[in-house]
Design a protein around this ligand. Structure first.
Ligand code: SAM
Length: 279
């Protein structure tokens, strides 16, 4: 998320795609410093160089907090990075992805093969539509829900609402866990704080893990886990056992069970902002 007074800039090597879809402006370009970049409405969604820092932390904390995640829902995430990480878990039998904009998926298929590799996996099913409506209407149920949304502006803002999380509560199986990208607690503490308050109010349990994404504003990012009934604090030895049992050792470059535990220890200014929001 950008502010009026702070932006990061990248020197562009060449543009590969610039189009206006039914939902947003889509740009894909090669940059000098950060590799290939996807931007939506002129906001960076990912760069090839640092996307692993985001997608691994968006997916593996929830997937490893769950003892046996078989059915997974990804909301948003049209670039495919979240689906790619989910499919690293051999427990997974089915991943449904609900993405508003088919043009983002198409752009990722054409220009971001390293992210969209999971789209050809038979366990993956793509639904083009609105995530809020999907969780209100579907008859399917899930062990893990991953919310990979754009910033809370326009069509993505309902994905930060009580109404959406009531739908998430509806589709989670017993012991189910949701994990959402929680924006920058450094630049927009109240966005992170109110998302955590929403998750706590609707689901009952919430936990924040920090991460670092250099191409996102401020670089500091929050990942927000929630559940109605699952224990979100798994003992470190059990996290490591699951990580090794699922063959993830050597397949993640930022996430490890030890990083998961370390980045769950929140610094005082984050604790204070959560306290302010009653979390
Ligand atoms: N990692 C990115 C970030 O935080 O900057 C987000 C990546 S992903 C490209 C976000 C996706 O959410 C977009 O493709 C957008 O079309 C999708 N999206 C936005 N609102 C949505 C909604 N209500 N339902 C489903 N998908 C939505």
């Amino acid at each position: 998320m950008q502010t009026e007074d702070l932006r990061i800039s990248l020197r562009v090597r060449r543009f590969l795609l610039s189009e206006i879809s039914d939902h947003q402006r889509i740009d894909v370009f090669d940059s000098y410093e950060m590799g290939r970049v996807l931007a939506l409405d002129s906001r960076i969604q990912l760069t090839e160089r640092d996307e692993f820092l985001y997608h691994e932390m968006l997916v593996h904390p929830a997937m490893l907090t769950h003892p046996d995640p078989r059915r997974v829902l990804v909301v948003g995430g049209g670039d495919g990075g979240a689906v790619r990480e989910v499919l690293k878990h051999p427990t997974v039998e089915r991943v449904v992805q609900v993405e508003l904009d088919a043009a983002v998926v198409e752009a990722a298929r054409r220009f971001l093969p390293g992210l969209s590799s999971g789209y050809s996996d038979p366990r993956h099913e793509l639904v083009i539509g609105d995530g809020v409506r999907y969780v209100e209407e579907t008859g399917e149920r899930f062990d893990v829900v991953v919310v990979d949304s754009t910033d809370p502006i326009g069509e993505a803002s309902p994905l930060f609402s009580d109404r959406f999380y009531s739908g998430v509560a509806r589709v989670l199986l017993e012991g189910g866990i949701v994990e959402a990208q929680g924006e920058t607690p450094f630049l927009y503490p109240d966005v992170t704080g109110s998302l955590c308050a929403t998750v706590k109010r609707v689901l009952g349990r919430v936990k924040v893990i920090l991460g670092f994404v250099p191409s996102y504003q401020s670089g500091m990012w929050a990942f927000v886990l929630g559940s109605r009934d699952a224990d979100l604090e798994v003992p470190p030895a059990e996290l490591r056992r699951r990580y090794e049992e699922r063959g993830l050792e050597g397949r993640t470059r930022f996430y490890t069970p030890e990083v998961h535990v370390g980045l769950s220890n929140l610094p005082p200014f984050i604790r204070e902002l959560l306290d302010r929001h009653g979390v």
